[in-house]
Design a protein around this ligand. Sequence first.
Ligand code: WTA
Length: 643
Amino acid sequence: MLHAVARPQSDAPTHCVAEQYADMYRRSIEDPDGFWLEQAQRLDWYRVPTRGGEWSWDPVDIKWFADGSLNLCHNAVDRHLEVRGDDTAIIFEPDDPSGDGRTLSYRELHREVVRMANALKAMGVAKGDRVTIYMPMIVEGVTAMLACARIGAVHSVVFGGFSPEALAGRIEDCESRFVVTADEGLRGSKRVPLKANVDAALAEPDHDTPIDGMLVIRHTGADIAMTEGRDHWFHEVASDADCPCEEMAAEDPLFILYTSGSTGKPKGVLHTTGGYGVWTATTFHYVFDYRPGEIYWCTADIGWVTGHSYIVYGPLMNGATSLVFEGVPNYPDHGRFWEVVDRHKVNILYTAPTAIRALMREGDDHVRQRDRSSLRLLGSVGEPINPEAWRWYFDVVGEGRAPIVDTWWQTETGGVMITTLPAAHDMKPGSAGLPFFGIEPQLVDNEGAVLEGEAEGNLCITASWPGQARTVYGDHERFVQTYFTAYKAKYFTGDGCKRDADGYYWITGRVDDVINVSGHRMGTAEVESALVLHPKVAEAAVVGYPHDIKGQGIYCYVTLNAGEEGSDELYAELRNWVRQEIGPIATPDHMQFTDGLPKTRSGKIMRRILRKVAENDYGALGDTSTLADPSLVDRLIDGRRNR
Ligand code: WTA
């Protein structure tokens, strides 16, 4: 096998070894309904489904397990009470290592979820209502999600790093009338004014959905403003009253999660209950080869899909112990991850290449000073992992003992789609690996012709899987346009990909106008819209460029209104402006003032040229003769060189 790293062997029983994978994969493709109805038995159902996938991608209409009914909070919490009520469900590790940590058994988690669900009900939240959750990484973030699932409300978690403007758009889009937040969040000892941000979001001039209720968790104890009649302290309204789980149809919505696309505003990706539940429970079981009693830590934030599927639903539906970390990898120092691993004897660590690269840069000592002997399995997610970072993760962090699963998936896929399985497959540094059960990846060229064997092309998926998103909230046409139109009757991922002779998949990155900054998806159009809102900016074009730590950095070309001059002050002002409009994750890494953007005679911006210039790759600019002003290219290159 080409460039493969043999999977480290262990004597522990595993859920899937090589021979089983081949058989199970074949069955999952030949008889998907049989396969998935069987996997569905991992969950408790009120009405056990007899129907598998009922879907079409032309027109687009997707259903799984449509005659079944269940509740995912019951599956994540209540059903464990009898067998493992005293087992640890959640370990909370605070931002400050000497702060108040917490450990909750499944029984304690149940109580907290019920209290949260009662608090939501007391505000008037009912089945089908959208609830916006804008929280730090604390236990109540998790219980707020589960409480929504319990009463049949649809959660829409908004990452706590987003600005009031970004939050307002996400509240407005799904007409959410309820918000759950905290007084403040903490990240690397910095305070994040969450409640004040919500207040600012609701005061936005174009915000017109009235908010019926806001639930506020007291976390740091900061002094905050409460609006009488609208805002409620969680600890004042929570109650232990009985609160049964709502019976949900398999296709009832579970959550909306906003994600960036090539055009326009972020889309509210909608996931439903049964299919998402089966997908996350099954993928968690096999991909992490989870064994009872193990401590599992996913370092993502619940504001992203990785947090939804692999901090909350996947692990808890499997009765696992899931570690919830409030902090950041470099506070109080670069050894924090390994200190947490040792303190809680973490067996499975799931993190992002950007964190691995940032820690690798700080040298091996922080890692080697810690024991880390508990680590059994390592995972990577969010962006392609470069082979050097992979090697460091494998050799230094895992000491060659822990297999790595490099899991490729997306907000829209609900859970892992391409990965090696730890006991079944050898690994290749930089390759996500092989398709998960039920997944048939396909590579196509730009005209849509299917590429066989060893090839490079655009990554599509040919058949529906239970965890697939069902629509874009309130805009089904956009769902159809975004994913099912480029290549007829295929799901198009937006990623480029290579397949090697062994059938391993190597994701090469986005092929659309989405960039991946530190594992976070960012639409270049969003940053452009933020820039042009500034009174001095006439036009802006944003592209990604290779960045050592972040994977991709944000490169902005900006043309100013007549009479304005580019200056260091304006540079700093615009950077700050984007942070305010979207949030710190959208901070431009590089800005270039230019007197024009390269456009065709019909006015279309030639991003290819902007990308090449940003990459410092001037030899490969391609044909520039169709530009309205070909001389602009030299000026752009000069501008790039002069920074
Ligand atoms: C990228 C995150 C390479 C990819 C779960 C995808 C990856 C986008 C990997 C989805 C990986 C995610 N290797 N690229 N292992 N995992 N990506 O929706 O470009 O935040 O389309 O979901 O991240 O980002 P999203």
